[in-house]
Design a protein. Structure first.
Length: 947
RNA sequence: GGACGCGUAGCUCAGCUGGUUAGAGCGCUUGAUUCACAUUCAAGAGGUCAGAGGUUCGAAUCCUCUCGCGUCCACCA
């Protein structure tokens, strides 16, 4: 054995070297793993955004996934964990824009090309930072397969996906009211809109014969209708009529500028709530999705009065050029002057805001690209939505915890067409081109250039907003216009927009495995080759429940559509990390955030990982704080010292080199206890010796923990797995067995019960069991144990049924020994006697042999000397009576009285229970037997206490 | 408005396919400590399992309602 390990484990001294050792071994790559490994196990890492650094949420997901990956690798499976990062379009672009702003510039100053260079540079730097931070968490990712959503091949996958969908009619360009963020200068999908309760006003405005109520008076300048409920008697006569409304006073000023006349059509729709406001709603088709739907249904005009910058357009008359809020103020004041405001109430409304920048969303009409989710897919007679709902309903994809099934279905059922075009520069540019020679507007290139402040060329602006330009959808830039044959590159322009970042993320499980090159298109299911064939569908998708809609649902949609198979078999949702008081950790309040890297530095990666896993239930949030992490740091140190003790004790008693010790069996087969002439024995170099009760007990407990850990991990019960292993390691192995081993295994006193083989046998396998949870410390210890070997590719222990059968007698007997020891210790402590003194002690029991066999253990651990005769304090256990040679003090007497009262009460309860005929006739025999036994034991004990 | 989660020891949480005198870690109290570990060891105190009904021989666990906390979805203009 090498030099002794230090007393305390200092993670920072080892972790980097260990990771280097793992990575350079090549075993993160499944192709290099030893053995046949027929079964594959794969996880695609949810790609972190290249926006900065790792946060605690990443650490959680990495921990869960690494546990699964390491477990399956140890199980002998072909295990792939594929890393990558997401370009995170808007998020990344806005980080860089902020940097630019600090330098006094905007992206428009740089221009598209220069700006993208800058973002790419930032992304590359960010990737390097994140990569090293991920490594710090111990994640055993196959870096040779690392991907980035903007990689060449992945970008091509995106374009192919787009074209395939376009050709199938599942992607279309349409003019609709979209969610527009005036700050990001882009559309957002419905899922990217968040809601915030805001104190506002509800204005009652006189609309000719009708009064309407609104929270956004300025939009009334674009009203073309008034909606009422069909049952509402107040407005019955007006339904179907068109009314003229003048939204300013003609009295004060005679100039036409001062008045704003609109024509509104009154219609009835059941969706209108009669109770709200006046029961009449001004309808603004251009600036509300709901109103736009009505406009289509009731054939209303749409007047765009707010532009992309949040400024009133020329259609707003004299308010043109004002910001929305300025316009509201001015307009309300004008209305007031004109006497058109009936009243103003305080009102709390749910303001829609951008999930990235919290800016209020401005719904406005725009020509954008959409994914049609309700349209039947040609040849499949199902829509994307139906496809994605089905696989979860049928159970092809299992969601853990299953309550998220409901969330999933609800979202899927209500899903509307997905707006995928974004007006930002960073991302996958839409694979669509337009031929200027084919458009009627080719002569209008100079028109409206002044209004173009979107940072795109005038040509692009016209193309994008134009109506008559035929899109050319193509995977690569077309050489010529398929329609007119024009070959002039300057006349064939690409759509300036980019795709929603979630569009590329939706392809993640397969675009990273070589799709589409690795999937030959055939009439039926695409034929897969290479990695795609081996690793897709992936085994598990592990992510936070906050991504269920953004990402998980969309991956399911895309995989089913493009590959005709599910992207993953199981979805495991972990909870979000919160502070000790349950508050959300938010980037805007750095003081609330736990920095995973700081914790790793302070307590070690293993401790951080355990603190995030143990005590957490799937889908429920976890509260994390330093004391908790420190607790697991202590545990890791305990494991360290257990190993240190075992390894050094083996050496100290002059064991031969570890290699020379009898190998019980090759790893992977637990074979320790064998029956030999009816007696459990250890096999060692042909020599047979009997095992003590403690030996049998710890081996039995160990085999149970091998089984339960395996089962727990297989069933995604990571927290119970960790808890049970923790309990075994600390309470059973360290606190009991090691202490006993010190006594029984002390060969210097003539004992013949050397524990070396059992200790090494357990330690070897225990390190493997712990490895998925705390990879670093176990690997360091393994190296001390078996220098030159790598723990991460050992074989996971398994137990065959026969060997793991529980011998209840062993359990009972050992439990009695424990109780005897504990009760003596307890009595000693309560009587405040000399802790060092060895007292005489008499044990009366039917199991004399048992006491005799474990005499040394009892004497050693309870600090007593067992004698045939003794008087003093009596301790009454169910199966034994103990007399300790010490004088009783008052405190103990009080305790005794208390115990008598408790026992009497308990006996009464048990008697009543057993006297109840309903109980005895209906409860199972086994339960009745147990209850009777408990009653008997309680009575015995009471008798003894009273005697 | 709809759906979901949570409310168990001072704190953070397990347990919840019904049957233990309800568990863990931290904290607290008492004591120990060359001999693996003070990031330790031994012992202890501390809970009418949010409340009220119900089902059952039996409920922390199943059902109903109430209260409190939180989340998601929809959205009223």
């Amino acid at each position: 054995m090498k030099s002794l390990l230090p007393k305390t484990y200092t993670p920072a001294d080892y972790e980097e070297d260990v990771y280097y050792k793992w990575e350079s071994s090549g075993f993160f790559n499944p192709d290099n793993l030893p053995g046949p490994r027929k079964k594959a196990f794969s996880i695609s890492l949810p790609p972190p955004n290249v926006t900065g650094k790792l946060h605690i949420g990443h650490a959680v997901m990495l921990a869960y996934q690494d546990i699964m990956i390491r477990y399956h690798r140890l199980k002998g499976e072909k295990t792939l964990w594929l890393p990558g990062m997401d370009h995170a379009a808007i998020a990344t672009q806005s980080v860089v824009e902020k940097e630019l702003n600090k330098e006094g510039q905007t992206r428009y100053d740089l221009g598209r090309e220069k700006f993208l260079e800058r973002v790419n540079k930032f992304a590359e730097e960010s990737k390097a930072v994140i990569r090293s931070q991920i490594k710090a968490t111990g994640a055993s990712l196959d870096w040779s397969r690392e991907k980035f959503t903007l990689d060449k091949d992945l970008s091509r996958a995106v374009r192919i996906a787009f074209k395939t969908m376009y050709d199938d009619g599942l992607i279309y360009r349409g003019s609709r009211v979209v969610n527009w963020c005036p700050k990001c200068q882009s559309t957002l999908s419905d899922d990217e809109v968040e809601y915030q309760e805001t104190e506002g006003k509800l204005y009652y405005i006189k609309y000719g014969p009708i009064t309407i109520a609104t929270t956004r008076p300025e939009t009334k300048l674009g009203d073309t209708g008034v909606a009422v409920n069909p049952k509402d008697k107040r407005y019955k006569d007006l339904i179907g009529k068109e009314i003229d409304v003048n939204l300013a006073s003609p009295l004060r000023s005679s100039s036409s500028e001062a008045s704003h006349k609109i024509k509104v059509k009154v219609f009835a729709d059941r969706a209108v709530d009669q109770e709200f406001g006046t029961g009449a709603i001004g309808v603004t088709p251009a600036h509300s999705q709901q109103d736009a739907e009505w406009a289509e249904k009731y054939n209303l005009d749409s007047i765009k009065i707010i532009n992309e910058k949040g400024i009133m357009t020329d259609k707003a008359g004299k308010y043109q050029g004002l910001s929305v809020l300025d316009c509201r103020e001015k307009f309300v004041s004008d209305l007031e002057k004109a006497g058109l405001i009936e009243k103003v109430e305080d009102y709390t409304n749910n303001l829609s805001i951008c999930y990235r920048c919290d800016t209020p969303i401005e719904p406005l009409p725009s020509k954008q690209w959409f994914v049609a989710v309700n349209k039947k897919i040609p040849g499949r007679n199902k829509s994307l939505k139906e496809l994605a709902g089905e696989v979860v309903k049928k159970g092809d994809i299992k969601i853990i915890p299953d309550r998220f099934n409901k969330t999933y279905f609800q979202w899927m059922d209500n899903l509307r067409d997905w707006c995928i075009s974004r007006q930002i520069w960073y991302g996958h540019r839409i694979p669509v081109w337009y031929c200027l020679m084919c458009t009627d507007e080719k002569n209008d290139l100079t028109v409206n250039i002044k209004n173009n402040n979107l940072g795109i060329t005038a040509e692009e602006a016209i193309i994008k907003r134009g109506t008559s330009v035929e899109p050319i959808v193509s995977i690569e830039r077309p050489d010529k216009c398929p329609k007119c044959g024009c070959k002039d590159k300057n006349k064939i322009l690409q759509d300036p927009d980019t795709l929603d970042t979630w569009f590329s993320s939706a392809l993640w499980t397969f675009s990273t495995l070589g799709w589409p090159a690795s999937a030959k298109a055939t009439a039926g299911k695409p034929q897969k080759i290479g990695d795609l064939k081996t690793f897709h569908p992936t085994s598990v998708m592990e992510t936070g429940y906050d991504l269920i809609f953004f990402w998980v649902a969309r991956m399911i949609i895309m995989s089913l559509y493009l590959l005709k198979e599910i992207p993953f078999k199981t979805v495991y949702f972990h909870g979000l990390v919160r502070t000790k008081t349950g508050a959300k950790m938010s980037k805007s309040k750095p003081e609330t955030c736990i920095d995973p890297l700081a914790m790793i530095k302070k307590f070690g990666t293993d401790a951080l990982r355990l603190s995030m896993m143990v005590g957490a239930t799937p889908g429920n949030d976890v509260r994390l704080f330093e004391e908790k992490i420190a607790g697991y740091r202590n545990f890791v140190n305990k494991l360290w010292n257990i190993s240190r003790y075992i390894l050094s004790s083996v050496e100290s008693i002059k064991r031969p080199k570890i290699e020379d010790l009898p190998r019980l069996r090759p790893l992977g087969i637990v074979s320790m206890p064998t029956r030999h002439g009816g007696e459990l024995v250890a096999e060692r170099s042909g020599q047979v010796r009997s095992m003590t009760l403690a030996d049998k007990w710890i081996l039995q407990e160990f085999h149970q923990i091998v089984e339960s850990t395996t089962k727990n991990i297989e069933e995604y019960k990571f927290s119970p797995a960790g808890e049970e292993l923790y309990e075994f390691t600390w309470s059973k192995l360290a606190d009991w067995y090691l202490e006993i081993a010190k006594i029984e295994g002390d060969t210097s006193t003539g004992s013949t019960h050397s524990k070396d083989d059992i200790l090494l046998y357990i330690l070897e396998r225990l390190l493997i069991l712990w490895h998925p949870f705390c990879p670093y410390v176990t690997e360091v210890l393994w190296d001390e144990f078996k220098p030159g070997e790598l723990l991460m590719i050992q074989k996971w222990p398994c137990v065959n049924d026969q060997k793991s059968a529980i011998d209840n007698q062993v359990k009972k007997d050992f439990s009695l020994i424990q109780k005897i020891i504990t009760s003596i210790r307890n009595t000693r402590a309560e009587n405040k006697i000399d802790p060092k003194k060895v007292y005489s002690c008499l044990i009366r029991t039917k199991k004399n042999m048992l006491i005799e066999e474990n005499k040394a253990v009892i004497e050693g651990l309870a600090k007593v000397r067992i004698t045939p005769k003794c008087s003093g304090i009596e301790i009454h256990l169910n199966e034994a009576e103990i007399v300790l040679d010490i004088k009783e003090n008052n405190e103990l007497k009080k305790n005794k009285e208390k115990e008598i009262v408790n026992l009497k009460r308990y006996i009464e309860i048990q008697e009543q229970k057993l006297a109840n005929q309903n109980f005895t006739s209906k409860a199972p025999q086994e339960v009745i037997r147990q209850e009777k036994e408990k009653l008997e034991q309680a009575r015995d004990k009471l008798d003894k206490l009273l005697s």
